[in-house]
Ligand binder design. Structure first.
Ligand SMILES: [Zn+2]
Length: 459
């Protein structure tokens, strides 16, 4: 517009600053451990994901509606998507050209996108689902089994099942519409808003109103039976338990899941109000993944969980899910807090005390390789090492013994009060801990979190 006015000479005025020239968005999100994950130039607000899945053939037909805001003017942008076949992409309703190689779906809209504007991308795609693994060989993402799918994305496995800006810092709301054969149950995060059967298939629609990191998203399926419960304050709990578990595992699972309301009641006075609109569990009979993940509002477990594990995944709803990592190197901020919470629950229920666990960890000999992992920057291969959990948890007990209970529980509470949209680092925890306690804590943090050697236990 400025150019046209100047050309016809109607107005003499000071020219406006030129609009930024649109450029291609970055194809990586900038995390030091997973630089190819995530993308640049936009921020996702909402994913509306539709799946038609047949566990027998593992065939997936899917469509993703991704609503975003451009953070720079873009000639093109990319989404992370692995091993699936894209058939069509539109941007704001107009067909876009795309290239899909090396896990990057690069989309070139018909017209450049201007910084600050919202835009809607629709991706139609399909494929045969498999059993993807992460960089350490561990199953993750959409893991296909004969009766459905176990879904656990951490750290960057969401791209195995939908086009995504796969970094923890780009939180979004989600809807999941999952169609499976009658008899199979599909489970997403948040609330089940409808379940409709037609022509031999059932469509489950789940809505996650609260912004969520992509690694916590889920569209699991299996021979699950849904059941509900609630806490003393009326928080809804929705559980999905696999009918294929043995009778003994069914009984053990029922006993443990019945403790979830008591766990929430135990943690809330320490951590603050439970941060989401619902909670619950997906308990899958397929044990191959051999782990549990704290999927937002509804953790998933491979096999019958024990009480300590459920307490751990519950604690992540505050520490990790609400309070979000700025970078994967700070993973101990998730796992150390969840491990410490697990220890507190175990002590509360008459098992090992926090002190017992501290003695166990600090009893590991200095020559053990356990102490070589600096947990505040463990490296991508040691992201989920034992040290991330136990050295992280033992550090928090060291902090408690150093600052005293009053300051320690104030730190726990104020850390959980961090805004869900302000990602955190270990330096932020140090700053908070020093402010609350009035003590210099650099050395304690450095010895316990950054050094590849055994720190001195705090008596
Ligand atoms: Zn954990």
């Amino acid at each position: 517009m400025v150019g046209i006015v100047a050309a016809v000479g109607l107005v003499a005025c000071v020219p406006e600053a030129p609009a930024p020239t649109p450029t291609a968005g970055a194809t990586g999100g900038g995390d030091a451990y997973f630089p190819a994950s995530g993308n640049g130039g936009y921020d996702v607000g909402h994913y509306d994901l539709t799946f038609d899945y047949d566990p027998a053939t593992k065939a997936l037909e899917a469509s993703a509606v991704v609503k975003s805001t451009a953070t720079q003017s873009l000639t093109s942008f990319s989404l992370d998507l692995r091993d699936l076949t894209v058939s069509a992409v539109t941007v704001n309703g107009t067909p876009a050209t795309f290239a899909h190689t090396g896990g990057e779906l690069v989309v070139t809209p018909a017209n450049p996108l201007l910084a600050g504007n919202t835009f809607t991308t629709v991706v139609a795609y399909s494929g045969t689902m498999t059993q993807p693994v992460d960089g350490t060989g561990s199953l993750y993402g959409w893991v296909a089994f004969d009766d459905g799918a176990f879904v656990a994305n951490e750290p960057e496995g969401a791209s195995t099942w939908y086009p995504v800006n796969d970094v923890p810092t780009d939180k979004a709301t989600y809807t999941f519409e999952i169609t499976v054969p009658d008899g199979t149950t599909a489970v997403g995060n948040g609330d089940l808003v409808s379940q409709v059967s037609s022509g031999g298939h059932t469509t489950f629609r789940w809505v996650s109103h609260e912004p969520m990191a992509s690694y916590l998203s889920m569209a699991a399926s299996g021979n699950y039976t849904l059941s509900t419960d609630s806490t003393s304050k009326g928080l809804k709990i929705v559980n999905a338990v696999d009918d294929d578990l043995s009778p003994a595992d069914q009984a053990a699972t029922a006993d443990v899941l019945a403790q979830q309301p008591d766990m929430i009641d135990f943690f809330e006075p320490m951590f603050g109000p439970y941060p989401f609109s619902s909670f619950g569990a997906v308990v899958d009979d397929d044990v191959d993944p051999q782990y549990a993940l704290e999927n937002q509002t509804r953790p998933i477990y491979s096999g019958a969980p024990d009480s300590a594990t459920v307490a751990h995944e519950l604690a992540h709803q505050w520490y990790g899910n609400k309070v979000t990592l700025a970078a994967w190197k700070d993973i101990w901020l998730n796992e150390g807090f969840a491990t410490y919470a697990e220890w507190m629950w175990t002590e509360h229920t008459g098992g090992d005390t926090v002190a017992d666990n501290y003695d166990f960890v600090t009893g590991i000999p200095a020559a053990n390789a356990f102490w070589t992992v600096p947990v505040a920057d463990p490296g991508p291969d040691d992201l989920f090492s034992a040290a991330t959990y136990y050295r992280g948890g033992a550090f928090l007990e060291s902090l408690r013994r150093t600052v005293g209970d009053t300051a320690f529980f104030a730190i726990l509470r104020q850390w959980a009060d961090t805004s869900p949209t302000e990602p955190v680092t270990t330096a932020d925890l140090l700053a908070l801990s020093e402010t609350v306690s009035g003590q210099q804590l650099d050395t304690l943090f450095d010895d316990w979190l950054y050094q590849p050697t055994k720190p001195t236990p705090v008596p």
